[in-house]
Structures are given as structure tokens and as C-alpha cells.
Design a binder for this molecule. Sequence first.
Ligand SMILES: C[S@@+](CC[C@H](N)C(=O)[O-])C[C@H]1O[C@@H](n2cnc3c(N)ncnc32)[C@H](O)[C@@H]1O
Length: 294
Amino acid sequence: MLRRALLQASTRRLFPPPPPPSSSSLSFAPLRRCSSSSSSSSSSSSSSSQVSNDHFVEHPEGTSQPPPSATISVDRSALYNPPEHSHEPSADTELVKHLKNIIKFRGGPITVAEYMEEVLTNPKAGFYINRDVFGAGGDFITSPEVSQMFGEMIGVWAMCLWEQMGQPNRVNLVELGPGRGTLLADLLRGTSKFKKFTDSLQIHMVECSPALQKLQYQNLKCVSADGSDSSSEKRCISALAGTPVSWHATLEQVPTGLTTIIIAHEFYDALPVHQFQKASRGWCEKMIDVAENS
Ligand SMILES: C[S@@+](CC[C@H](N)C(=O)[O-])C[C@H]1O[C@@H](n2cnc3c(N)ncnc32)[C@H](O)[C@@H]1O
């Protein structure tokens, strides 16, 4: 079972070799920078998995520092042990097995950012990769899916911006993480009467999910350059406004050199982040670990 632990963000201090592995599950724990005496965090924990603070050595500021060959050790002395699960344990999914393998081969916990990246965009089993996650049949809803006015208003905004730019003949309109493609479909439908604007657009969809790319292709009413409607095309024309559309897995793949308008709705909050927590001993980075007996 995967559990969270806290690891100090950075340390130059020498810890002695890590304590022998505990036989119980890992838990959510602030990992100690160093301590010479037991603290309230360790005393509040109640599991046999706890490790004595004696394993950690204090090197007060200003005293001579240990050699740079220091190893980073995980202090599990303040483990929080949640109550036993009331439900039946379930078998590990492929993704959980994969995450456990990463942690085991790494020989230590991974950051929340690494964990998020695998969970969201792992090419085989990432959350976004194989299915439509939006709406009643999915897991959440976003504003473009609630009302077509959202995409239409972004269309008005984009057109105003294009006007302010001096009505360039060619503009890259990039959408990062376009979901179902609803926002852009509403934008194109809403602005399709303004031919000069829509004729200037080169649309670039930055999307990591093959399943969502396919949905975007359908919702933008795309046809490939030869007239077929094969969604395997990475470049096509949207029948909504006669606009060329192409797909990219990353922003770096979008051609540069043109004036560019970028739309990113609910995209940045889907990206992996590092998490830190200020503890009594300073800032600590949260890490994901795996129970040693699992
Ligand atoms: C929360 S959804 C937002 C969808 C859409 N913008 C909306 O508001 O309905 C995040 C979108 O970003 C995509 N995405 C997530 N991480 C990505 C990454 N690293 N690279 C490209 N696309 C990503 C997802 O597949 C999904 O389309």
C-alpha cells in the first residue's frame, strides 16, 4: 500500500545508516532534519513501526560538518498510523505495481510531482490517457462543459486581442490541455462569421492523451486534408470555421515564429507539483513511499 511520508527538502547533514526496515506499513510522516532528543511528533505516534530518535545525530549550526559523502536517510520516527482499513484490501492495479517498482528500484520515496506525473499521464494507465474523464460519466466537470457561453466569451476575448495585435494574417491559436475540445469548438462556432479572424488562425492542440485527442478531433468536426475523417491525422481542417488544426504532445512541438495566442483552462492545475510543508525543523518535501512489507 502506498503511503505518504515527508522527507526533508534538502540536507547537507550526515545521517547514520538508516535504521533496519520496519515490518509495518509506512505512514504519513514528517521526516526529521535531525534531532538529539525525542520530540512531540514522535511521542504522539503509536505504532510499533516507529524508529527511535537515537538513530539521528544532531549537528548544530556552526559546528564542524560531516564529510560530503553523506547519505540521505528517511526518518520514520514520527509516523502517523491510520486506523486499519474497514474495507477489504484490493489487489494492486498495474499502475500501483508500477509505482511500487519505481520506488523499490529507486531505493527510496519519490516526490509528489513524480507520483502525480505517473498517475495522471503514464502512457498505459494514466488518469487522462485512455478515457473521457469529464461529465456525468466521468469524474469532474469544467466550465466549457457547463455552458457554451464560456468558449464563446473566450472567442470574443481572442478576437479583441487579435484586433489589438493589428489583425495579423496568420496567428497561432494554441490550447494547452483542451479536454474534450468543447471550448475551442464553441470559440470557432461563435467567431465563424468573422472570416478575417478565423482565416488567420492556425490551431494547435497540446494534448498528451490519445483518447482525448480523438474526442477533440470529433468535436471540432475535423476532416483530414484529403477529405477523410480519420482521427489518426495529426493535422486536419475543422469544418466549424475552415481552420487548420494540429495536435502535439508537448508545447515544445508547436511551431514558433508566428504571433501566438495561448489558452490554458484548467491546465496548470493538472500539472505535477512538488509539495512542501513547514515543520518545526524547517521546510520538508512530501514524498510518496511504499510499505516495506508490501
Ligand atoms: C483538467 S483537464 C482540462 C480540460 C479543458 N481545458 C477543460 O477546461 O475542460 C486537463 C487537460 O490537460 C491535459 N493534460 C494533462 N497533463 C498534460 C500534459 N502534461 N501535457 C499535455 N496535456 C496534459 C489532459 O489530458 C486534459 O485534456
